[in-house]
Write a protein that binds this ligand. Structure first.
Ligand code: NAD
Length: 487
């Protein structure tokens, strides 16, 4: 039975409006193939109206004391906690991940709301008296104005929440443009934002794809852009937004490696790496894509990981016993199957688990013995596919990671402190795990991709978000003693 979903709507200046769907994407439930309708196809007109509403709301919102601004976030946290199961269900229906994974992403999103509630402390400036006789210097942080947030399909709720709470707590107003592949859960999120009583125009939602992105990038009243998505689009958004004089932060794609040393604890290492590779059907920017076994780890790891891959229960994520869901679209499924075949044609052996029969399923797959020269070593597969390669030493593994154009995350599994320390010090990725499969920074740390996985200076979350969403103003003051009245 098809689930009844709300019509796709925009939220502009505190009013819900039908989102145009002409030329929108045909959306389907990835697990069942059932139609979910058409995505929104907003463009310059819708973005123009949303930016104008955000611009109108800005002066009063900026003047609202930060202690009052965060009251809306405290309410939002409570509403998100209350509605977590309903939101998770929407995520599973439109994205395909399991209910457990959907709840997990919402919890990580809520953490960002909680951290942004600390804004009265986080956005403080600093000051120094008597930088010269009778002269004081003060730095204050002020909001930028209207900011645009553009997000991908794979975390429909968590990624908007990497930015939105910080943007509004610091006094900015927002135009959110989520992925057109997953419009439903985020629309419910914005309904809950509205339920907090937030003044009209502080948060606006426009459903659409590239035309909406381009309109945000070109709009003269948009001061900053936060983007998460694939590397080619991240680079495009960074270049066009910067050329238009905006502050831009873009998190891009990934090709993550984990290194397994012979002394790694075999059972937990395998379990953690299987979760990292196959969780969310491999559609996580922190998913491991390549495991580099060092020395004797090759034998035991290959045997154990193939057993783990072939034993996973794959199916519709709404079934609580399912461990892995489908990939987002039939086109994705076809692309990933083609990449597996390419890996085999390069000499790798594909060990394949069981997939579900209908929907966009790819069975968990281990590509054993992919040659270092294969272009798949540099291709973001973004599906449940783990390549196994081998190195003789940790240094060789670090050099392999160094050659990657991406730098989102890497991990090492070992019981040797010295090897772990060498790895975390030398490796060229911005997020690093030691005996951790998905080194996702908590909300109070920056999400730190490097190289082709990030364009910009300030990352998402925590103090970086406060820096990104504020301008520093420095005031130098002189109040000569002789001007003081004698009271
Ligand atoms: P995507 O790049 O296709 O889309 C991201 C956003 O850009 C969406 O809002 C989309 O509507 C818009 N968009 C798409 N094509 C565009 C174009 N040509 N011009 C302008 N805008 C465009 O990404 P996706 O497929 O939704 O998400 C998966 C990708 O995101 C993967 O590469 C994954 O690694 C990456 N990702 C990165 C992180 C990170 O933190 N580094 C986190 C999550 C996902």
């Amino acid at each position: 039975m098809a689930e009844a979903l709300a019509a796709v709507l925009n939220y502009v200046g505190g009013a819900w409006q039908a989102a145009g769907t002409d030329g929108g994407l045909a959306l389907t439930n990835p697990a069942t193939g059932e139609s979910l309708g058409l995505s929104g196809s907003g463009g310059a007109a819708e973005i123009g109206a949303a930016v104008a509403a955000a611009q109108r709301a800005f002066p009063a919102w900026r003047a609202t004391p930060v202690g009052d601004r965060i009251q809306f976030l405290f309410k939002l946290k409570v509403l998100l906690d209350l509605h977590i199961d309903e939101l998770a269900r929407l995520v599973t229906i439109e994205n395909g991940k399991t209910l457990g994974e959907a709840r997990g992403e919402i919890r990580r999103g809520i953490e960002n709301v909680e951290v942004a509630c600390g804004m009265p402390v986080l956005m403080q400036g600093y000051s120094l008296e008597d930088i010269a006789p009778g002269i004081d210097e003060i730095m204050v942080r002020q909001p930028l104005g209207v900011v645009g947030i553009i997000t991908p399909f794979n975390f429909p709720l968590m990624i908007p929440l990497w930015f939105l709470p910080y943007a509004i707590a610091t006094g900015n107003t927002v135009v959110l443009k989520p992925s057109d592949r997953v419009p439903f859960a985020v629309q419910r999120l914005v309904e809950l934002v509205a339920e907090t009583g937030l003044p009209a125009g502080v948060v606006n939602l426009v459903q659409g794809g590239k035309p909406a992105v381009d309109a945000l990038l070109d709009h003269p009243d948009v001061r900053a852009i936060s983007f998460v998505g694939s590397t080619p689009v991240a680079q495009y958004v960074y270049t066009r937004g910067s050329a238009n004089g905006k502050r831009v932060q873009c998190q891009g794609g990934a090709k993550n490696h984990v290194v397994v040393l012979p002394d790694a604890e075999q059972e937990t290492t395998t379990k953690i790496i299987a979760d990292s590779a196959f969780g969310c059907a491999g559609q996580r920017c922190l998913a491991v894509s390549v495991t580099v076994t060092v020395g004797e780890a090759q034998g035991w790891f290959r045997e154990r990981i193939t057993a783990a891959a072939t034993s996973l229960k794959v199916g519709d994520g709404l079934d609580e016993s399912v461990q892995m869901g489908p990939v987002i679209t039939a086109a994705s499924q076809e692309r990933i199957a083609g990449l597996i075949a390419r890996g085999e044609s390069h000499g790798a052996k594909a060990i394949v688990g069981t997939g579900a029969v209908s929907g966009n399923f790819i069975a968990p797959t281990v590509l054993d013995g992919l040659p270092a020269a294969s272009d798949l070593m540099e291709t973001e597969i973004f599906g449940p596919v783990l390549s196994l390669v081998h190195a003789e030493t940790v240094e060789e593994a670090i050099a392999m990671i160094d050659r990657s154009a991406y730098g989102n995350a890497s991990s090492i599994f070992t019981q040797s402190g010295a090897s772990a320390r060498r790895f975390r010090n030398a490796v060229s990725t911005g997020n690093v795990g030691v005996n951790i499969g998905v080194p996702a920074p908590m909300a109070y740390f920056p999400f730190s991709g490097w190289k082709g996985s990030f364009f910009g200076v300030m990352h998402a979350q925590g103090r970086d978000a406060v820096e990104f969403f504020t301008d520093k103003k420095v005031i130098v003051e002189r109040w000569p003693k002789e001007w003081s009245r004698k009271f």
